[in-house]
Structures are given as structure tokens and as C-alpha cells.
Design a protein around this ligand. Structure first.
Ligand code: PHE
Ligand code: ZN
Length: 862
């Protein structure tokens, strides 16, 4: 029986409260790698020191390694043993030299953790626990070492040899080989180790730091991709300057290299001085990358660069502290991006992302605190909660402290913990000390999971108004009862008649279960603007009418609040349609008309504001998600908006026809509004809509417009649909990143036959599960297509489960990340829920399942 099988091999749980300091420290390490895809020799020397008074042996983590030789203080020894995958060496003194030798086969490494091959190059990925797949080592982030690395390889296949730190020496060997030596002067944990060997070229640049040191920058790619690296290099220079200006943080090595690789489980990795990137976050030119891609590249380049301080110089004591580096670094990259263009639009995008991925996570079976208490497989905790909710937690502290004190607090944090492995608690203490605030209760943001809900009721009594606030933190797995949180709420009142602000913006801290606020001397009926700028990552329910929301969507002076009012109006309308079949769209139509025709507004903002909430977000508002009814209600509203405002959409479309491609905030905004308008023109059923989309597709001089035309056609039934898909495929055959868009567009199609088409695409000659981007572009995209994935037949569930079982055999980390859509079964009707559960049960019962998948799938059944 499946249960018996999994019970006997139930994987170990690691608990935060079990933390102990390392038994042995490793102040220095020398690595000597003879690189070969089939057989790489790794010779490692560790200088180890006993930590404290104990008589425990040296335990070195290993994963799939066989020790070919072990030496202690220069002499070969037989006095060692294996404990499972780990190497145990008894030692008598307080300091020793340990030498080990292993052989690994990077070309057979399909997990893409440790040393692996990708498109002819060799590269590493060590976070979180990949270093133990390369050599025996105490592979935990609080063991900090100075690294010396020697790389030897065939010179023709691997002319470029890179590692962390600075290049020290290089030379030639007999037999066509060469070598290079790199030293990293900074202490670092093993997860930040990296090497790359390949036939690569660099886009080079320099950056002069604030103290006048010149840093050599290099973006390394295969020769044909060199022309697509200028944007990333530019973003890197902007990031370096920004971190000096905003946080006073200077770069610390003489070189900073970035390498783009095609096969990568995540976005990118911040290895010291040698960032390794998924090529989708480096390569861009107007013909192949969308505006979204350009923005994402700048954000990820910034993110990884910022880790040099928030992550590398100050690292994490243990993996429960992951948000210490990730939440803070996401907050830093979000602020950077906000400074490059429209801060309001950036905030809207970030909140939309939070609601699309983190809110559902917090409301489902995989909910966990920003600082988790336990895990089976740490790779499963690189989540929207750790990253994006973690960033919101930092943002709230920044809001509470204000900019000057927040900067003083981060200065204190970097100074105090430089060169060490720190905790979330250390960070909060710096905020308290430099900020002069007590964050005792605020710390619940680290320990309690779940999205707080606030109800805000404004009641007028003559010239006074009473605002009643109540908060509720819902139960989550393992946390049935919650304490009230500290919620920083920015709010303001507007006169519903004159539209004038009735007070300055206030920041209030809601700390109790319930709190009341009184406003006096009001000359007209007030309208409440609350959680402005999304000052707290919560759900707010108010007693505002459709009229209030329409008013705010046109008059609020906080752009985020304006967007939010429109979204709420749309949501209320859609939820009413789904539940009572209501079709009164007049209020939404008028509000959209006002925004669309307000020439004072930024085009990018308009494009965001007039977009309807997604199918899934509508579903999140309902007790039981009804995918078909949601789809129909949303399409009906889209059609009505399209028809009622057809002239306005056409005007916006025409007005947004940029002449030639330019990457600027205003040109991006125009392109965005253009495709959003195209979507509404198509929804109106206008006779020329398909041709309009096809013309946009074929005449485009950039990928944003081309993709906009394509996705509009892909959702429809025109014969031009096939023609466009075929033309796109022919044009970009051989360009993996663009083919991902081709697969993704079809997987996200709102057509009724999407499930069938996606099943067919798996057999396409360009489809493969072994490339994570490709797997995500089809399987990942399909599973977030609410209508198609939740087809009543259950075929979508079966299909995804089949693919994940197959993917798990190759790449458990990437497979496990795709489990959450199946885990949302509780939100659906009984028939769907039963089918989803059955697929999860089938996954859990699969022989040889990885612990990554076991953890995600079994927790999702609870
Ligand atoms: N630390 C990386 C980042 O967020 C993410 C990552 C995690 C990459 C694990 C690879 C493996 O910047
Ligand atoms: Zn990160």
C-alpha cells in the first residue's frame, strides 16, 4: 500500500528550534577540479577547527558522493565511515587538515543542482544544498570559509574558466588542457560557491565605485547572444550606483561577472562575484523580448547584485532565516525599479503579483510563516511568502520608521553583521534600536501565517464620522488560533460632494482586534480611502458603495488607491454576476470611461486600471470557485465594456501607435495600453478586430506588440489564429526563449479546447521536460489557466499530474514548484475536489518519489 511505503521512508523534518552552532568550523577551503562532463575529479582540502568543547567527529554532508580517498593532516586514513550520504571522520585535536577526493558526472545531472552541463557549458548551482553534490562539506550557511579554487579543463571546449572572487593565475598544460585559479578574499557559505566553464564571450564594462575603485564587469554568453546583453549590463551599472546612493553600499571585488545559462531551476543566483542567471533574465533585444522581459531583466539583475550586501556580506544563520536575505532583497529591487519609472505602476504590478501567488499560498495547505518553523525539503521554501510577503514585512517596517530612521537601521544592520550569518531577529533588533520603536507585537509578521483581513466601516452621524476597524487573522495549517497583528494603515477622507480631501493622509497602526477612529467637524459626507499605497499586505473589506468606489477611482490622489477602487468596483460587479447572474455593468463602464479619457493620466497607469481582475482573483473572493461561471461573467463584462466604449478604445489604440521601438516609460505605457485596448476591441465583437490584431502582429517592430497581437488571436477563433501561430513559430524556430512564449500563449488561451491543444503540444518536437523554462511555459502556464485546468472532466488535473510525475524523475525541484494549483482543491466543488485529490494521491503513491514532491503533494492533501 502506498501509505505503508511512504511511511517507512517518511523523510526527515528539520526544525528551527533544533538549531545548534556548527561542531566544526572551516575557515579555509581549497578546491581543485579537473572538469569533464562525463567524469570530473574534485580534490578538496579543508582546514577545520573544533567549535567549542565537544568530542564529536567531523561530519561532512554529501549527496550521491563516494569518497575515493580521505587524508587527515597529509596522511591517507581508513578511519572514516559513511552515515547515509554523509562522511564521518573522527578527529582527536582541535584543528586538522582534511583532504577528500570524489568523482562526479555533470552531464548526468538532470536535477540542475550541484555541477551540471547546460548547452555545452559546465556550471554550478549550490543554493540551498547543492554544494554537497560536488564535494563533502558542512553544507550549512553558518559555516563561512575563504575559498581558493583551481579549475582545469580542455581548452577548446572550455576556453573560459570562471569562479568566485578575483582571478589569480592561469596556465597551459599538455594534452590541450588549461587551468585557472581564483581566490575569493571574503568569507562565504558554501551555497555561494560557483564555477562556470564554457565557450563564452563577454560584454564588458567598468564601474567606478564611490570610493574610486574600478570594477571590471562582464556579462558572459555564447557568441550569438552577445548582441542581447546591453540591457543587462546597463541595468547592472544602474544597480551598483543605486545601492551606493540609497543604501551607501559599495561593491567590494575587482571583478563582477554574470553568466547566462539556458537550463536553470530559478531566476538567477547571487554567487559571490559570479552571478549565474537563467538566460531569460539576461538576453533581450526588441525583436525577442517584451517590455515585461526588459523590466524583469533589470529587476533580477538588481536583485542579484543587491544580494552582495543583503545575502553575501551578511548571510543567513540557517535556512529558516531565508527571508532575511530574500524579503529584504526583493524590497530593495522593488524600490530600485520604482525609481526607474512610474513608482505607482510598479506598486500596482507588485500587488497584483502578491495577490496572484502569495495570497492563495497563505490561504491554502502550504501556508507557512515568513520565518518557517519546519521543513522537509528547503527547496520548497523559496516561496512567494518568503520573497514577496517577506518584502512587504520589510516595507511595513520602513513605513513605520520613516526613510531616515530606516536608513540608519539598515546601516546599523550591515555594520553590525558584516561577515557573519544573521537572523531575522537580528534585523528586527536593528530596526528597533535605530528606529526607537518597539516591534514586539510586529514580530508576529514573522511567526504567524495567513493574510489578515480588516473590515472598515465608516458611519456618519451629522458632522462626525466613526471609523470602526476590526482585524481577523485566519487559521492556517498548524496555527489554529492567531493573535492580532500590527497593521500600518494609511488613510484619508474625501468629500463625496466636492471631491476635496478632508484631512491629511494619516498613518494609523491597528494593533487591537477592534479599534475606532473619530473624525469631527465634517462639512460633507466623507468617502474613505484606506490602505493607500497598499501600506499593509492584507485584505480590506469596507462598506463603500459602488458610487463611492467610482468616485475614488476618478478622484483619489493616491494612484494606487485609485487603481484599487476601480478593482474593487469591478470585483463587486463580477462576484454579483457570478452569484446572482446580475448584468448591471453601468457603474464599471462609466468608471472605465472616466479613466480612459482622462488625458492627465499616465498611459501605463490607465492600462493597469482598466484591466479586469483575473479569473483566479475573482475565484479567490468566492466561497466555492465556479470556473465556468466566472469565465462567462468576466467575458460578458469585457464584451459590454468593449461595445459601450468602442470609440474610446479605438482612440486609445490609435493614440498609442508608437512610431518606432523605444524602451522608455512612456513608450512602454503606450504599448501596454495599445494591447489592452486591442483586447477590448476584440471583446466587442467588432468585425475588423481579428485583422487589427493580425496587422499588429505582423507589422510590429518589437516583441511586445507582436506578442500582444498573437495572444489576442490565440484566444479567438479566426483563421488568422493558425496563420499567426505558424508565422511566429517559423520566425523564431531555434530561439528557445521565444518558443517558450509560443507554448505559453497557447497554454494560457481562454478557448474551450485549450486542454486538448496543450495535451497535443506535449508531443511537439520542441517540447521537453528537461528544460525548466520550457516545462513551465506549457505545464506551469496551463495549470494557472483557471478555465482550462479546471475543466469539469478532470482531464486538466490528470494531464498535469502525469507531467509532474515524469518531471520529478528528472528535476524534483522544478516539479515540486508546480504542485500548488492541484493543492487548491478545497476551494472547488466536491466533484472537482475529489478529482484533484485523486491526482495528488496518485502522485504521493508514485514509487521513488522525491522528497521535494512528497512534501508538497502530501501537505496539499491535508
Ligand atoms: N537565491 C536566488 C535568488 O533569489 C534564488 C535561487 C534559489 C536560485 C535556489 C537558485 C536556487 O536570488
Ligand atoms: Zn534572492
Amino acid at each position: 500500500m502506498a501509505d505503508a511505503q511512504t511511511a517507512t521512508q517518511a523523510p526527515n523534518v528539520t526544525r528551527r528550534e533544533d538549531y545548534n552552532e556548527p561542531d566544526w568550523r572551516v575557515p579555509e577551503i581549497a578546491l581543485d577540479l579537473d572538469l569533464d562532463p562525463a567524469a570530473t575529479r574534485v580534490r578538496t582540502t579543508l582546514w577545520v577547527e573544533r567549535g567549542g568543547v565537544h568530542d564529536r567527529p567531523l561530519r561532512l554532508d554529501g549527496d550521491g558522493l563516494t569518497a575515493l580517498s580521505v587524508k587527515v593532516d597529509g596522511a591517507e586514513t581508513m578511519d572514516w565511515h559513511m552515515d547515509g550520504p554523509n562522511l564521518v571522520v573522527p578527529l582527536s585535536g582541535s584543528a586538522h587538515t582534511i583532504e577528500t577526493e570524489v568523482e562526479i558526472a555533470p552531464e548526468r545531472n538532470t536535477q540542475l543542482q550541484g555541477l551540471y552541463a547546460s548547452s555545452g557549458m559546465l556550471c554550478t548551482q549550490c543554493e540551498a544544498e547543492g554544494f554537497r553534490r560536488i564535494t563533502f562539506f558542512p553544507d550549512r550557511p553558518d559555516v563561512l570559509s575563504r575559498y581558493k579554487v583551481k579549475l582545469t579543463a580542455d581548452k577548446t571546449r572550455f576556453p573560459v574558466l570562471l569562479a568566485n572572487g578575483d582571478p589569480i593565475a592561469q596556465g597551459e598544460l599538455d594534452g590541450g588542457k588549461h587551468w585557472a585559479e581564483w581566490h575569493d578574499p571574503f568569507l562565504k557559505p558554501s551555497y555561494l560557491f560557483a564555477l562556470v566553464a564554457g565557450d563564452l564571450v563577454a560584454n564588458r564594462g567598468t564601474f567606478t565605485t564611490m570610493s574610486g575603485r574600478e570594477v571590471q564587469l562582464g556579462i558572459w554568453v555564447r557568441a550569438p547572444d552577445l548582441a542581447k546583453t546591453d540591457h543587462a549590463l546597463h541595468a547592472l551599472k544602474l544597480s551598483m550606483a543605486w545601492d551606493e546612493k540609497v543604501y551607501g553600499r559599495e561593491y567590494d571585488l575587482d571583478v563582477f561577472n554574470i553568466v547566462a545559462v539556458d537550463d536553470f531551476n530559478f531566476g538567477a543566483m547571487e554567487n559571490k562575484g559570479l552571478n549565474v542567471f537563467n538566460s531569460r533574465y539576461i538576453l533581450a533585444d526588441p525583436d525577442t523580448a517584451t517590455d515585461y522581459d526588459y523590466d524583469a531583466i533589470a529587476a533580477v539583475v538588481a536583485h542579484e547584485y543587491f544580494h552582495n550586501w543583503s545575502g553575501n556580506r551578511v548571510t543567513c544563520r540557517d535556512w529558516f532565516q531565508l527571508s532575511l536575505k530574500e524579503g529584504f532583497t526583493v524590497f530593495r529591487d522593488q524600490s530600485f525599479s520604482a525609481d526607474q519609472g512610474s513608482a505607482a505602476v510598479k506598486r500596482i504590478e507588485d500587488v497584483r503579483g502578491l495577490r496572484a501567488s502569495q495570497f492563495p499560498e497563505d490561504a491554502g495547505p502550504l501556508a507557512h510563516p515568513v520565518r518557517p518553523d519546519e521543513y522537509i525539503e528547503i527547496s520548497n521554501f523559496y516561496t512567494a511568502t518568503i520573497y514577496n510577503k517577506g518584502a512587504e514585512v520589510i516595507r511595513m517596517m520602513a513605513t513605520i520608521l520613516g526613510p531616515e530612521k530606516f536608513r540608519a537601521a539598515t546601516d546599523l544592520y550591515f555594520d553590525r553583521f558584516d561577515g557573519t550569518a544573521a537572523t531575522c531577529e537580528d534585523f528586527v533588533q536593528c530596526m528597533e534600536q535605530a528606529g526607537g520603536v518597539d516591534l514586539t507585537q510586529f514580530r508576529r509578521w514573522y511567526s504567524q501565517a495567513g493574510t489578515p483581513r480588516v473590515s472598515a466601516t465608516l458611519a456618519q452621524e451629522g458632522g462626525r464620522a466613526r471609523l470602526s476597524l476590526r482585524q481577523l487573522v485566519p487559521p492556517t495549517p498548524g496555527q489554529p488560533v492567531k493573535e492580532p497583528m500590527v497593521l500600518p494603515l494609511k488613510l484619508k477622507l474625501f468629500g463625496g460632494f466636492t471631491g476635496r480631501p478632508m484631512c491629511d493622509e494619516q498613518l494609523i497602526l491597528l494593533k487591537e482586534d477592534a479599534q475606532e477612529l473619530l473624525f469631527e467637524n465634517l462639512s460633507e459626507t466623507p468617502v474613505l480611502s484606506i490602505n493607500r499605497g497598499f501600506s499593509a499586505p492584507i485584505v480590506v473589506e469596507t462598506n463603500r458603495t459602488a458610487k463611492d468606489l467610482a468616485f475614488l477611482s476618478a478622484h483619489d490622489d493616491d494612484p494606487f488607491a485609485r487603481y484599487e477602487a476601480m478593482q474593487q468596483l469591478m470585483l463587486d460587479t463580477l462576484v454579483t454576476s457570478v452569484t446572482n447572474g446580475g448584468t448591471d455593468h453601468a457603474a464599471v463602464i462609466e468608471a472605465v470611461r472616466n479613466t480612459l479619457t482622462d488625458s492627465a493620466l499616465d498611459r501605463a497607469f490607465v492600462a493597469e486600471a482598466v484591466l479586469l481582475p483575473s479569473d483566479s482573483f475573482i475565484g479567490d473572493q468566492m466561497a466555492v470557485v465556479e470556473p465556468e461561471a466566472i469565465f462567462r461573467a468576466r467575458e460578458a463584462l469585457r464584451a459590454d465594456l468593449g461595445k459601450a466604449l468602442e470609440a474610446e478604445w479605438r482612440a486609445a489604440y490609435e493614440g498609442s501607435l508608437a512610431n518606432r521601438f523605444e524602451y522608455s516609460p512612456s513608450a512602454k505605457g503606450a504599448r501596454r495600453l495599445k494591447t489592452v485596448s486591442l483586447g477590448y476591441i476584440a471583446a466587442s465583437g467588432a468585425a475588423d478586430a481579428d485583422q487589427l490584431a493580425f496587422d499588429q502582429f505582423s507589422l510590429a517592430d518589437n516583441m511586445t506588440d507582436r506578442q500582444g497581437g498573437l495572444t489576442t488571436l490565440v484566444n479567438g477563433a479566426s483563421p488568422l489564429r493558425e496563420e499567426a501561430l505558424e508565422a511566429f513559430y517559423q520566425r523564431y524556430q531555434g530561439n528557445g526563449l521565444v518558443l517558450d512564449k509560443w507554448f505559453q500563449a497557447q497554454a494560457l488561451s481562454t478557448r474551450e479546447d485549450t486542454a486538448e491543444m496543450v495535451e497535443r503540444l506535449v508531443a511537439h518536437r520542441d517540447f521537453t521536460l528537461s528544460n525548466p523554462n520550457r516545462a513551465r511555459s506549457l505545464i506551469g502556464a496551463f495549470s494557472v489557466n483557471q478555465r482550462a485546468f479546471h475543466d469539469v472532466s478532470g482531464r486538466g488535473y490528470r494531464f498535469v499530474a502525469d507531467q509532474l510525475i515524469a518531471l520529478d524523475k528528472l528535476n524534483p525541484q522544478t516539479a515540486a514548484k508546480l504542485i500548488p494549483p492541484l493543492g487548491r482543491w478545497k476551494r472547488f466543488d466536491e466533484a472537482r475536489a475529489a478529482k484533484m485529490r485523486a491526482e495528488l494521491e496518485r502522485i504521493v503513491a508514485t514509487p521513488g518519489l522525491s522528497k521535494d514532491m512528497f512534501e508538497q503533494a502530501s501537505k496539499s492533501l491535508d
